[in-house]
Design a protein around this ligand. Structure first.
Ligand SMILES: C[S@@+](CC[C@H](N)C(=O)[O-])C[C@H]1O[C@@H](n2cnc3c(N)ncnc32)[C@H](O)[C@@H]1O
Length: 221
């Protein structure tokens, strides 16, 4: 067993990643604003063994108000995956999250990539959509209201400004962003190859720059 980390998962949803991290031996605090999502997370947690359940704390609350719930510097890792796209003032959210980190702690962000919004409509042959996406700062190509997208360069500057400078970044969903949700997962061996190809592209120039999502890792100085 490696180091046991204190992890805060902001916008944990139904807790898929939080539970995986708890199973790996870490202590998890999940903060989630949607009661329905939180209910799903509680149900998922209830079916885990006691040893894992006791390492997970679930809290209903807003990721913009971490200071209400926790003391500064109380986590080794803060996850904020798929949440910033719903935030109107991302810089304020990020500054609050960085304050939760102990020195040397990791801020892990998963955001929509504003530099590559034309890829999905373009690869689907939707030329009007692709042309509109070049002019857009939000993702307008999904059902539901548009969501914010972020640029690598802007977030790099933000992370530097909140004393959690960018240490590494990856592309996520380079090849598979156009696969409809209703298409199930391929068989195990094919899935392994798919994930290996995605992982490789997500770490490799220039592929990672056109990924649908960006994974950014900032480290608190
Ligand atoms: C796209 S889901 C991502 C879930 C999970 N982090 C994952 O990566 O699978 C976004 C989640 O963030 C939650 N959320 C959005 N804004 C939030 C906020 N300000 N504070 C707490 N949770 C928030 C939503 O309710 C939703 O459950």
């Amino acid at each position: 067993m490696g180091q046991r980390l204190r992890i805060l998962d902001v916008g944990m949803g139904q807790g898929t990643q939080a539970l995986r991290l708890a199973r790996a031996g870490h202590t998890i605090t999940g903060l989630e604003s949607d009661p329905e999502m939180l209910k799903g997370a509680r149900e998922a947690l209830a079916s885990e063994p006691a040893g894992i359940r006791e390492r997970v704390r679930l809290i209903e609350g807003d990721g913009r108000e971490t200071g209400v719930h926790f003391l500064p510097g109380s986590f080794d890792v803060v996850l904020c995956h798929g949440v910033l796209m719903h935030a109107e003032e991302p810089d304020a959210v990020l500054a609050g999250l960085a304050r939760m980190l102990a020195p040397g702690g990791l801020l892990s962000l998963l955001v929509r990539n504003a530099d590559a919004l034309a890829m999905r409509p373009g690869l689907a042959g939707d030329w009007s959509g692709a042309l509109a996406a070049f002019e857009s700062e939000s993702d307008i190509d999904r059902p539901g209201p548009p969501v914010r997208a972020d640029r690598l360069e802007t977030l790099t500057a933000t992370l530097a400004g909140i004393a959690a400078p960018l240490r590494a970044w990856y592309g996520v969903r380079v090849f598979t962003d156009n696969v409809p949700n209703e298409v199930g997962l391929p068989a195990a061996e094919e899935l392994e190859r798919l994930l290996a190809a995605e992982d490789r592209a997500g770490r490799t120039e220039p592929y990672r720059r056109v990924a649908a999502l960006l994974h950014l890792c900032g480290v608190r100085g």
